[in-house]
Design a binder for this molecule. Structure first.
Ligand code: PMT
Length: 217
C-alpha cells in the first residue's frame, strides 16, 4: 500500500451507471457495475485523500473512510451532486457511465402495452464532464474515461479535447477482460500533452493506483 501521499488532497470520483426511468417499472441504463470507480475511491482513501464518491445504482459496499458518499439515480441527479461538490476539489475523476439520453416523458403510471410497436422519444442529458472542463479552476486536475468499441485512439483523443480533460483513460470495452463489470481492465492513458501509455490487463484495484500515480506525476 502506498503511503499517505495524497493527504490533504480533495478527490471527487463518479462511479456506476445512471438510470433513466420510463415509467415506475422500466428504465434505460448501461452495464457499468461501479467497480472501476469504487477501486479508484479505495485507492485514493488508502493514500490519505479526502474522497467524495458520487455513485449511480450499483451492488457494491460503500468504501470505508470516504469523506462524502452520495447515491444518485439519474444523470441529472449526478449533475446536481457534482455541481454542489466540485468547486473545492483538487482532482476530479469521472469513471461513471452517464446515460447520454433520457426518456422525454416520464409516465407516472405503468405504460400499457398494445400490439403496435412503441417509439420512445429521448432527450439529451447534460454532459457532466464537459461542464466540469468548462468550469475548471486553475488548481484542478480533471480525468475522464472514454468507453470505446471502435477507432479507440481516435475517439478517445477527440473526447479528451472536446471535454477539456487533463488525462483521458481510454477503455476498449469489446474485450471480456476489460471495461464493464469485469474485475480487470485494460486501458490506454493519454495526457493533454499527447503522451500515451498503453497498459496491460490488470486488476481494477491495481489500475486505480497507476491512474493516481499518473495524476500525481
Ligand atoms: O463500472 P465498471 O463495470 O467497473 O466499468 C467501468 C467503465 C467501463 C464504466 C469505466 O471504465 C468507463 O469507461 N467509464 C466511462 C464510461 C462512459 O460513459 O464513457 P463515455 O465515452 O460515454 O463518456 C466519456 C466521459 O464523459 C466519461 O468520463 C463520462 O463519465 C463522461 N460523461 C459522459 C456522458 C455524459 N452525459 N456526461 C458525462 O460526464
Amino acid at each position: 500500500v502506498k503511503d499517505k501521499i495524497m493527504t490533504g488532497q480533495k478527490v471527487l470520483i463518479t462511479a456506476g451507471p445512471t438510470r433513466e426511468a420510463i415509467d415506475p417499472v422500466r428504465y434505460l441504463t448501461n452495464h457499468s457495475s461501479g467497480k472501476m470507480g469504487y477501486a479508484l475511491a479505495k485507492a485514493a482513501i488508502q493514500r490519505g485523500a479526502d474522497v467524495t464518491l458520487i455513485t449511480g445504482p450499483v451492488h457494491l459496499e460503500e468504501p470505508k473512510g470516504l469523506a462524502t458518499f452520495i447515491q444518485v439515480e439519474t444523470a441529472e441527479d449526478m449533475f446536481q451532486a457534482v455541481k454542489a461538490h466540485v468547486d473545492h476539489q483538487d482532482i476530479i475523476i469521472k469513471s461513471a457511465a452517464v446515460a447520454d439520453y433520457r426518456p422525454a416523458i416520464y409516465h407516472q403510471q405503468k405504460m400499457k402495452k398494445s400490439d403496435e410497436d412503441l417509439v420512445l422519444t429521448l432527450n439529451r442529458n447534460p454532459d457532466i464532464l464537459k461542464w466540469i472542463g468548462m468550469h475548471k479552476k486553475p488548481h484542478q486536475f480533471i480525468v475522464g474515461f472514454a468507453a470505446e468499441t471502435n477507432d479507440i485512439m481516435e475517439n478517445g483523443v477527440s473526447k479528451l479535447k472536446a471535454k477539456g480533460t487533463d488525462l483521458m483513460i481510454i477503455n476498449d470495452i469489446t474485450r471480456s477482460d476489460a471495461g464493464f463489470q469485469s474485475d480487470t481492465n485494460q486501458v490506454i492513458l493519454v495526457s493533454k500533452k499527447g503522451e500515451q501509455q498503453q497498459l496491460p490487463v490488470m486488476p481494477k484495484s491495481q489500475l486505480a493506483h497507476i491512474i493516481l500515480d499518473n495524476i500525481i506525476a
